[in-house]
Each structure stands twice: as C-alpha cells, then as structure tokens.
Design a protein around this ligand. Structure first.
Ligand code: ZN
Ligand code: ZN
Length: 586
C-alpha cells in the first residue's frame, strides 16, 4: 500500500531494516520471557511482526517495555552475520534452544536448498535474510511496536494460537511520526468503524459472512450513485438489461468459468434434479441476450448494462467489511462490436472512467496488461486489441504503464488504480477485451459483405463493485459525503421553542427541494450542534429570534470557521448548486 510521503532511504532496503528490527524484537522478547518459543517474523507493508508462544497474554503495557529492551539489544547487537549450516547442525542448534516451531520450519526447506542462520550478539535465527550489516544501522528512534493480535501457527485454527506483535520501522524519527499520524487517520476512517458509528451497514452472521446489509443512510448514497450511473450510461448509448441470479450449471461449463475459476463459484443447488449455480459473473447472461437473435453489422455496437449482483466464494480469513465480500453488485456492462469499432468504443469507456473517478476526486494510474504466456487467440487478434487499447489511450492523452504478461488468458485489458485522500491505492475500473466468450458461445454478426463474423466483446466495470467502491468512499471522504450523495445534508436548529414553527417550515422547504433535513429541537443548542457534527450533517441552519424576523438563517458549515447569515432562498440555492455540480466542497 502506498503512502502519501516518500520515506528516507537507507544503506539497505526498508524491507531489510524491518526484517532486522523483527529479529531485534524477538531477541528482546526472549530476554524478557526466556521460556518463550519463536515462530515466524517477516517484514510486511510498512513494518514487521513476529509470532511467539508466551507464558502469559501480552497487554498494551508490555509493548513499551519490549521497546526499551530492544534499545538495549541494539546497543549490544553489533554485526548481523549470515552462516550456512548443514541440516543436522541446524536441527541440533534449534533442538538445543528448544525452538520446536523453527524445527518444523527447517523441515519445510527443500532438500536441495541451503540452510542459513542470521546471528547478532547472542541471538541466532533460522532465516534467509536479507538484513542490515550491523545493528548500528537500525535507528533507535525509528521504530515502534504498534499492536498485538492472536495468530494460529501456520494459520491453522486446529493448531496453537500464538501471540503476534506488530511493529513499524523507518530510517528516522520524522518518517516514523509521519507514518503514525497517517496510520491514526486511516484507523479513524476505517469504514467498519464509521459504518457502525453512523449506522451505515452491517453483516449478519445468520445470513452469512461477507454478505452486506445496506442500512437506510448508505442505501440512500447507493441509490444516488445508481441513478447517476444510469444517466451516464443511457446518454452513452447503453441499454439496461436484467438477467437471472442463478443459472443451470452448463452455462458456466460452456463459459469456461467452472474450468478456470471453480474455487470461486458457490456449490451447486439441485432444482428438479438438475444442478444450478448462483452466478459469479454477469457476462454469460448478456451473451445469452445477444445470442437470442441474429445481428447485422448495422446493429453494432450493442451495449448492455446491468447492476448485476454476483456471488463468489472467498476464504473467510480474507473477508474484510465491505471491501472483501462474498456477494456484491457490479456496475457491469458489455459492448459487442466489430473489430473496426473497437477503438472508438474504448475511447468512450476511458472517457467515462475519467468522468466518474474525477467526480470523487480520485487521481489514477492506468496499467495495460498484455498477453500472458498461456493465452488463447492468434497473435494477430491480440495485436489488434492491444493497438486499439493503446490507440484509445493515446486519443484520451492517457499515459499507460505497461504490465507485461499481466493480461488474462482471454484478452488484454486496462486496469486502473485510484489514489484516495490518504494517498492509498485502490483497485479501480477495468476494461477488458475478450476473445474467449465470443468463441465459446459462437457469437456472430452478418457483415456488410454478407459473411458471418465474430464480434469483439468488451467487459467493463467502473465502480467495480458497489460494496467495495462505497466502502472505499466512506474512507476517502471520512463519511463526509458530498451534498449530492449525503444522506442528510442539512439540519435546522431553532434556538428556543419560539422559533420551532419557523424551523419546521424551513425544514419543509428543504425537503421539497429534495434535501433530507433533520429538524432538531430537543436539548441545549450546543449539544444538538455536536450531535449533528457527529452524524456528519454538513450544513446546520441555526434559527434565533433575529433570523426569524429577517427571514434568514445563521449557517454553520462543516470544515469552515464561523457562521454565515443568509436568506432561506440563498441557502436552498447554495445546496442546489453544490448538489447539481456534484461539488466536492460544501
Ligand atoms: Zn529473519
Ligand atoms: Zn463480463
């Protein structure tokens, strides 16, 4: 995951620094708990961890103590020395130290591979490296232990539960501080946390893991997104289609999904003695519509769009809020066109991608994934599709990063990565050319020369999945949605009961203009203001005697200092302007 700052570089990679710091931590933990057993301790994104079997559960208070011990270790550790041992020597060393987990790891190393240990001071660890040259290179003020978690040995819930200590390490204190500040903001914006606090979504274990319930406020956000999405697609010549959620298994046999993606498709269900599957993709449904009648070249391009809900199996350990789920709705569309039309169609798709991503303030990078080793279709067909993708990008002035061999077996594609407000990269839209399905389902059209020919098929999804995209939006905006998406854009707060009637009438005017408005009359004004802020209502119209007399409101706007007096008409006009322009600012 990328960061919003460029950290300092050091004598070895940050990866090696972090891995070395994990060794220092393991050494420190063993000094504090001599009976501890160590398991694995790799570097990870931005940090490292190490798994231990310990005589007691760790608490938050243990972490600074371990950090202090690490500084002592650092002062004494000296050089990191790599040595090669025979298997027998390695086993003896680990048996002597009573390190059973490491003995198991030793068994995993293939016979034809060497066994290396990295030692510093009195510490010795079965390890491949790489590491710093000497412990002096590890800055004593550049690391921090961040948290602990339980972790099963080998990720297997039948095995021992170990304690994992996470830490982060940088080449200097400034980078460490920047990282910790960023991490705090990331945690504050976590969509699962905000989802709970703001009553946005839930997951009900009785229904199943990875299945998302959209609560009313987030349902409102989604409905606005969907309406806008349909407007854009209708204007671009797409037709809405609706296809069944389940299909006889032979559909996915013919499409190749059962052959190539069997693990991700949910198990079959029996209907009248015939196996059915819940759909993992919408494509075969759109193909079926295309194939239900003959097409002339004059009919093309045909563009089918569907907000299609699909179900895919994901291992339970990988599920994550709305971001990694087992059921989701794709903003899916398929374009059937002639080879000659491909480039023009792609230009339009790229234009829509840009329009949609920039509306949310995402910057993005586009990656062109080319032919993988194992692929179908002639080189000529691949070349044509690549030309079309490159040509379309050039016409849009879109720079393409190359992802050589990164295409799927059935055709090249452009994948987008979007960068959010915290500088993190998210998987974004995808545009794929497909040679596979037109072959497998024998698609054709009658060309101008009266010959039957294969159409080209393009798959494209821009949000990707509503679940993941909106989960990402919650974090990107910290749930302060722009007015056009905001579930409750405004609140009206009368100072005393005398202004309640006037407040109710303003709330009615706003409601009629299409803005859900909270009328809050109970309790002290200060508390009501705080509550509205916590509910992420961006506009608060406060109403006192003076305002009622002059037909104005005193407006407080999230993120802006002070208050602004303006007429009720101007307030409504402001909301309208922000909504209709899809402004990112309030
Ligand atoms: Zn190591
Ligand atoms: Zn598709």
């Amino acid at each position: 995951m990328s960061l919003p700052f460029d950290p300092q570089e050091g004598p070895v990679s940050l990866h090696a620094l972090r891995h070395s710091t994990s060794h220092i931590m393991a050494d420190a933990v063993l000094r504090l708990f001599p009976e501890a057993k160590v398991a694995i301790g790799p570097p990870v994104d931005h940090g490292f961890y190490y798994d231990f079997e310990l005589p007691r559960p760790l608490t938050e208070e243990d972490l600074p103590v371990i950090e202090e011990e690490m500084r002592k270790v650092l002062a004494e550790a000296g050089e990191f020395i790599c040595s090669s041992l025979s298997r027998a020597e390695a086993a003896d060393r680990l048996r002597e130290a009573g390190q059973d987990y490491k003995l198991e790891l030793l068994d995993d190393i293939p016979e034809d591979e060497g066994v290396t240990f990295y030692d510093h001071g009195t510490w010795s660890d079965l390890c491949e490296g790489p590491h710093v040259e000497t412990a002096d290179q590890i800055p004593a003020n550049g690391f921090k232990l961040t948290h602990t978690a339980g972790a099963y040995w080998r990720g297997d819930s039948d095995k021992t539960m170990l304690q994992r200590i996470y830490g982060t390490a940088w080449w200097n204190r400034k980078d460490l501080r920047k990282y910790l500040a960023w991490l705090e903001e990331v945690q504050k914006r976590d969509h699962r946390k905000l989802g709970r606090e703001l009553d946005l979504f839930s997951i009900d274990p009785d229904f199943g893991a990875g299945l998302v319930f959209w609560h009313p406020k987030l349902g409102q956000v989604r409905r606005k997104l969907e309406a806008w999405w349909w407007d854009l697609h209708e204007a671009a010549g797409y037709w809405p289609v609706y296809t069944p959620h389940v299909a006889g298994e032979q559909v996915f046999e013919r499409s190749g999904h059962l052959e190539n993606y069997a693990d991700m498709i949910w198990a079959p269900m029996d209907v009248d003695g015939r196996p059915y599957r819940v759909k993992p993709m919408n494509c075969p449904g759109h193909v079926s519509i295309f194939n239900s009648r003959r097409h002339s070249y004059r009919d093309l391009p045909l563009k089918y769009a569907e907000l299609g809900s699909v179900y895919r199996y994901e291992p339970s350990g990988t599920l994550h809020g709305m971001l990694r789920v087992r059921g989701f709705t794709q903003d899916d569309a398929h374009i059937f066109c002639t080879p000659g039309q491909l480039e023009d169609e792609l230009v339009e798709v790229l234009e829509m991608v840009d329009q949609i991503l920039s509306t949310f303030g995402y910057s993005y990078t586009a990656y062109l994934a080319t032919q993988p080793e194992k692929s179908m279709g002639s080189d000529e067909v691949w070349e044509h599709a690549l030309e079309a993708l490159r040509g379309a990008a050039a016409r849009r002035d879109l720079a393409l990063e190359e992802d050589p061999g990164g295409g799927v077996f059935y055709g090249p594609k452009i994948d987008f990565k979007m960068r959010d407000a915290l500088g993190r990269e998210w998987q974004g839209p995808t545009v794929q050319v497909d040679f596979n399905l037109p072959e497998r389902f024998d698609l054709h059209f009658n060309d101008a020369d009266n010959q039957l020919k294969r159409p080209v098929m393009v798959h494209r999804a821009i949000f990707g999945s509503f679940e993941r995209f909106v989960g990402g939006l919650i974090e990107h905006f910290a749930a302060w949605f722009p007015i056009w998406l905001c579930p409750i854009p405004a609140a009206v707060l009368p100072i005393t009961a005398d202004q309640e009637e006037a407040a109710a009438s303003i709330a009615r005017i706003l409601g009629e203009a299409g803005f859900r408005t909270a009328l809050r009359t109970e309790g002290p004004l200060r508390r009501r203001i705080r509550e509205c802020e916590m509910e992420k209502i961006p506009y608060m119209a406060v109403l006192g005697e003076r305002e009622v007399e002059s037909g104005t409101v005193s407006l407080r706007v999230h993120g802006k200092d002070g208050q602004e007096a303006l007429s009720v008409e101007d307030f409504v006009a402001r909301l309208r302007e922000r909504r209709d322009s899809r402004a990112l600012e309030y």
